[in-house]
Design a protein around this ligand. Sequence first.
Ligand SMILES: [Fe+2]
Length: 150
Amino acid sequence: MLQDDRINCLENYLTELYVLFNQTQHYHWNVVGSSFKDMHEFFEQQYQQLYEMIDEIAERIRAMGSFVDVSVLTLAKNSSLCQSKLTYPVDYTEMLKSILLGHIELSKLAKDIVQPCDACGDYATKHIMSEKTIFHEKSIWMINSLLTKL
Ligand SMILES: [Fe+2]
């Protein structure tokens, strides 16, 4: 039962992580305007980190004995982030707001895993998800800073 809770949490997290990766890579490609270079590079750094996280989470799910399914059909069916889609061209701040929401959601999902991990002493998964929480919270700070107008 407890293991199912952890797997369910990891699967939900991986689903939204994959969608945020996909959205961020699209913003890397489709950003336009005077901030192009900075934003193009920022989105690239972001999607590369998200890509590495996808592999780590998927392999953790396998190590815990479950199979992984983040096929396009599964993502479209199960992801809440998947429901928001920008129409291009768009101001880069809309792209930043979009991934800000994604990091906020993923930060919450990462924290959901802590309790079931504590309940069964799974400190390895808890450690992995603590690292992910740090990344999302750092990203939230950076994106909010980029959105701040002085
Ligand atoms: Fe590129």
